[in-house]
Design a protein around this ligand. Sequence first.
Ligand code: NAI
Ligand code: A1CAB
Length: 269
Amino acid sequence: MTQRVAVLGTGKIGEALVSGLLRAGKSPADVLVTARRPERAQELRERHGVEAVTNEEAAKAADTLILTVKPQDMGTLLDELAPAIPADRLVISGAAGVPTSWFEERLAPGTPVVRVMTNTPVLVDEAMSVISAGSHATEEHLLRTEEIFRQVGKTLRVPESQQDAATALSGSGPAYFFYLVEAMTDAGILLGLPRAVAHDLIVQAAVGASVMLRDSGEHPVKLREAVTSPAGTTISAIRELENHGVRAALLSALEAARNRSQELASGGK
Ligand SMILES: NC(=O)C1=CN([C@@H]2O[C@H](COP(=O)(O)OP(=O)(O)OC[C@H]3O[C@@H](n4cnc5c(N)ncnc54)[C@H](O)[C@@H]3O)[C@@H](O)[C@H]2O)C=CC1
Ligand SMILES: O=C(O)[C@@H]1CCC=N1
């Protein structure tokens, strides 16, 4: 594994990544973090046993810098950081929308940049991290990035032109499933079930369906057909989903997420 990794802007995604790297056996001495507030830095030290340093110190001391601030905060971070980053550092951006060219324009000429869109299942080592190389990133840089993100789930390389779509599907993806579970739990309550029972039933249905999707090798249509008995209960529900345009809503929703990712290209507000 890479020598020293620094996570800059250690919020939800950054901390999840740090905990994943430590779970995978990386020494806390080889992981640096930065935070805006001193209390947050202290919390990260206590929770993970890692060193919390300034952004500038991180740029000097680590060979791989993973930037996990919000797209809107990337400009301020780069203003502070760019002069301190030697051109041999690998810069990995975890931010939605912001292209590698945006970083390349601000960093020393030739600095390798890799863009990664991961997702919150990083917390349970089931992330999907979608990886694209900037114009100075080599195979070695991509391998180094994959090695880091493989510790917390799967990785996939895509051309950078597909990153905004990947963000809509995969980066935001877990939220859609949480939303569905929340709505279906409400439906259980409408049908008279206690909330806890409704929650357990829907969560286990989601887990079972997810494992089947991942492991059976079957197309989702086949899996759904196997649940849908002639004149049975499922088709009655499917008719309502179709009547309410749920499929069309999903198409529009993911298109909106892709469009928002594109708007964030310049650290948009
Ligand atoms: N939350 C999610 O599901 C996903 C988020 N992302 C991306 O990951 C990035 C982080 O997202 P979250 O972890 O959700 O946000 P967050 O707000 O939890 O974390 C960002 C952290 O950066 C810190 N920060 C901001 N400016 C800083 C600076 N100059 N120096 C040091 N620390 C600074 C903030 O105080 C905060 O703790 C975003 O760019 C987002 O697009 C990517 C995939 C999924
Ligand atoms: O909502 C967002 O902007 C971030 C990026 C992907 C998931 N969460």
